[in-house]
Write a protein that binds this ligand. Structure first.
Ligand code: GTP
Ligand code: MG
Length: 684
């Protein structure tokens, strides 16, 4: 489904792609047809928004693991995202044709590292080159793939002698695991009876949908082996849209939750989860939760309250599309000509519902960018606009002082890909600066302020006085929150209009902190008094006075630079554990979890992004190339002492040397190299 040239070239998925297919499940001579709406997502954390929005709208997922590597650091990150959206999953162990394939190691790792009870529903027949098929442990049948593309399924009751014992053992383990997660099987198990295939399947379905279990299947996509049973399992064990509780918020009743029911006959509710610019205009992907969406119908955007007509509905088949007149409840489609933002809810206009949006992480890395020649400026801005609309984790702003265009995103690969796409799709060659860490600024103490702006230069002067205090907002469980403005003026010393100007001044100050010019988090500013001059006061004067007061008070309130901390997951063979703990200690990382398996260990730590530069090359050196790591933004934390500036020594202009701390160049290169290894691993 990777249709972009760049995806094919690099061998990685960059954008999620949607497709629709019918799958005919054959069982005991009976045929049943299923509609499947499928979204393929990237695995790299840099494209994490694609995973977030897919998981937001999907009812179930197939988690794909490698039979040799098992649970990788990337798997752990995606696992966290699946939990965020309560998505039931089946697990598929791919690459059974590879040398060293060991599906049961992967099953153990799902149990231990992801802490979700898992059991294999199959055992492999043959391995590596001679991997031929699987034994279905529920029905105890051998399943082989015949035909040039493995399209002919041959099922027999004859289980090869060589796997007979393994199949019995694993079947017993499956029943035992099910007994732990399902009451009905527990009862049968305690009575020392054997559950029937129907009872087992029903229990697997119940436990999977209840997020208590994941069934594990195995095969080889490359060798066209045992993929069909996985699709059958999708039908058997993942929920259909009516079995998933999808909630909307009723705006008329204080945002109370209401259940959406996936019936075509009910009023329409859908969520626009992804936008894409295409040759024919903006393509908006919509998941229909309730009711149906028809061509020519009028829908209401719950955010803007605007009515739009839906001129064209298409079903996506990766990059091809099929025009359809109607899409029913539970399905995914794309529409043309509907202008909206990603995450907007659409209704038929009768229901005051909106749906919660997805989680959009903050960017952690930024760099300056400009077209090499001025003639490309038009295309450059076109590209920037498009990328920003499509990807909420990609941000663009112009630095007020340097006038440079700054792009920010989730990682170096993320930004690299956009630079490359600009070159290919918009024919714009660009120059980029050094990547920089996205810092934040905050205060740690309460301060009062009483600031008067007074200028008299002939004619009308400027006058505004603002009085109040600033205080830190304690970081919550998800870290530092946005800064907040409040007015508590009594007696009308500042009018409503001017207070609004004060708030504007405050917001402008928060965009560019006084320390190093990065956004301000976790600061509360309260204006509770002031003074207005009959003729000299203006909105501008109050806005400026607030900005000046903010700046002064901020510096007195023991300000702090915050840096991004990354949740880092490292996996390596056990013998290297000492080395890695040493490496992390040197970086002041806080290790939150260590898990030691029979062969390798997984360690989770919070580590500053700054300190992670150069890590991958050191990790490789310390583990003979056998270690791997992945990282994801966790939260902001105060930067270490040597990076903090002493308030008294603050220059009155932004502290330039600090903002210019580049990501250590070779660190970046090594991160890149690490990715390359990652990619190469997949190929062999
Ligand atoms: N040996 C073997 N290689 C496979 C198999 N399936 C996929 N590969 C190879 O693994 C590499 C990566 O495959 P992709 O399908 O792009 O993997 P992906 O998980 O979609 O990767 P991202 O979307 O970038 O996260 C390719 O080189 C495939 O040829 C398999 O069953 N056996
Ligand atoms: Mg892919």
């Amino acid at each position: 489904m990777d249709s972009m040239e760049l995806e094919r070239e690099k061998g990685i998925t960059i954008q999620s792609a949607a497709t629709f297919c019918d799958w005919v499940k054959k069982e005991d001579g009976k045929e049943e047809k299923y509609h499947i709406n499928l979204i393929d997502t990237p695995g790299h954390i840099d494209f994490t928004i694609e995973v977030e929005r897919a998981l937001r709208v999907l009812d179930g997922a197939v988690m794909i693991l490698c039979a040799v590597s098992g649970v990788q650091s990337q798997t752990i990150t995606v696992d966290r995202q699946m939990r965020r959206y309560n998505v039931p999953r089946i697990s598929f162990i791919n690459k059974m044709d590879r040398m060293g394939a060991n599906p049961f190691k992967a099953v153990d790792q799902i149990n231990q590292k992801l802490r979700i009870p898992a059991a294999a529903l199959q055992v492999p027949i043959g391995s590596e080159d001679s991997f031929m098929g699987v034994v279905d442990l529920i029905r105890m049948k051998a399943i082989y793939n015949d035909g040039p593309r493995g399209e002919v399924i041959r099922e027999t009751d004859e289980i090869p002698e060589s796997v007979q014992k393994l199949a019995e053992e694993r079947r017993a383990m499956l029943i035992e695991t099910l007994a732990d997660v399902d009451d009905e099987i527990a009862e049968i198990f305690l009575d020392e009876r054997t559950p029937t295939p129907e009872q087992m399947k029903a229990a697997i379905r119940r436990a999977t949908i209840a997020l208590k279990f994941t069934p594990v299947l195995m095969g080889s996509a490359l060798a066209d082996k045992s993929v069909q049973p996985m699709l059958d399992a999708v039908c058997d064990y993942l929920p259909n849209p009516s079995e998933v509780e999808n909630l909307a918020l009723d705006r008329r009743r204080d945002e109370a939750s209401v259940k959406l029911v996936s019936y075509n006959s009910l009023p329409f509710v859908g969520l626009a989860f992804k936008l894409e610019e295409s040759n024919y205009g903006q393509l908006t992907y919509i998941r229909v939760y309730q009711g149906s969406l028809k061509k020519g119908m009028n829908v209401f955007n719950a955010r803007t309250d605007k009515r739009v007509k839906v001129p064209r509905i298409v079903r996506m088949h990766s990059n091809e599309m099929e025009e359809v007149p109607e899409i029913g409840a539970g399905e995914i489609c794309a529409v043309f000509g509907v202008d909206c933002a990603s995450g907007d809810t659409f209704t038929d206009g009768g229901l005051p519902y909106s749906m919660s949006s997805m989680f959009v992480p903050d960017p952690v890395i930024s760099l300056s960018i400009k077209p090499k020649t001025t003639k490309d400026t038009g295309n450059f801005s076109k590209a920037m606009n498009r990328f920003q609309r499509e990807d909420p984790t990609f941000r663009v702003h112009v630095d007020a002082e340097s006038q440079e265009t700054i792009i920010s995103g989730m990682g170096e690969l993320h930004l690299d890909i956009y630079v490359e796409r600009m070159r290919r799709e918009y024919k714009v060659e660009v120059e980029t600066g050094q990547p920089q860490v996205a810092y934040r600024e905050t205060i740690t103490e309460n301060v009062n302020f009483d600031h008067t702006l007074k200028k008299q230069t002939g004619g009308a002067g400027d006058y505004a006085r603002v009085v109040g205090f600033m205080e830190p907002i304690e970081p919550g469980p998800t870290g530092y929150g946005p800064s907040k403005f409040r007015q508590e003026v009594t007696g009308g010393s500042i009018s409503e209009k001017y207070l609004f100007a004060c708030e504007k001044g405050f917001l402008a100050s928060c965009e560019k902190g006084p320390l190093i010019g990065h956004p301000v988090l976790g600061v509360s500013m309260v204006v509770n008094d002031g003074a207005t001059h009959m003729t000299d006061s203006s909105e501008m004067a109050f806005k400026n006075a607030t900005q000046q007061a903010f700046r002064k008070a901020f510096k007195e309130a023991r300000p702090q630079v915050l840096e991004p901390l990354m949740k880092t997951t490292i996996t390596a063979p056990n013998e290297f554990q000492g080395n890695i703990v040493g490496l992390l200690n040197k970086r002041n990382a806080i290790i939150s979890e260590t898990e030691i398996g029979p062969e390798d260990f997984t360690l989770t730590a919070d580590c500053s992004l700054n300190a992670m530069f150069g890590f991958s090359s050191q990790l490789r050196a310390a583990t003979q190339g056998k270690g791997e790591f992945g990282m994801e933004f966790s939260h902001y934390a105060p930067a270490p002492g040597q990076l903090q500036c002493v308030p008294s020594s603050f220059p009155s202009h932004p502290y330039v040397p600090f903002t210019n701390i580049p990501l250590e160049k070779n660190l970046l290169q090594s991160m890149r190299r690490c990715r390359r290894i990652d990619i190469r691993n997949r190929v062999d």
